[in-house]
Structures are given as structure tokens and as C-alpha cells.
Ligand binder design. Sequence first.
Ligand code: ZN
Length: 126
Amino acid sequence: MRSRYSAHYLKLVDYVVATYHPDCNAEQQREQIAESVSLDWCHLDVISSAMSPQDSSVGFVEFRAQYIENDTLYSMQELSRFIFHDGLWFYRDGTFDDHVQLAPVKIKRNDQCPCQSGKKYKKCCG
Ligand SMILES: [Zn+2]
């Protein structure tokens, strides 16, 4: 899960596509995936993770992530479903509150950067 997030952060579209479960036909969604990957992701909190009590090949991860677009900080929260397949976990799908709904915040250039680097926004992700 974290590796997928890191791939977003590093903008590794191929990796993100490859870690979708085969049933997702991720290749066909490459364009949307690339768009999502191209956002400036800056923070990830894993809220909880759990295995399905009925099926040990199904796992869930709930996380909150933040990204920056046009100097505005957006948050999203998602409950992702992962499927264990051929010895690896693959992303299957997720349920989420629409992106953005946790009050978008306009970031000022001299504000502390939301990625928590401790630097000013203009010297970091800005
Ligand atoms: Zn930053």
C-alpha cells in the first residue's frame, strides 16, 4: 500500500498500473491513472488496515492523503480493497468520499509546507 503511495509521489505510472488487480483493466485507465499520479501528493496517513475475516486473500486499508493543486491543499480519504494474487497484494478498488471534500486550503508562499518538511512552501513543494 505504501509502495503504491510512494509510486504516486514519485510519479511512477507504470508501477501504479501494474499493482492494480488484473480484473481492473488498469491498462485501459492509464490516462486517468496518469492524471491522478501527476498530482503533487504530499502527505499520507494510514488510518487503519485489516484483513477480511471471511477471506484471507482480501485486505483493507483506510488512508487519508493530501495533494496540492494550484497552491491549494486538498485531502481525500479512501478505504481501499486489496486482493492477494500470485504472491502479491493488488489494489482492487476503493470507496472514498469525493476528493477535496475536507475543506480545501489555499497555501500561502511563506506558510509552512503541508508535506511537513518544516520548510516554507515556496522552498519546498510550491
Ligand atoms: Zn513540501
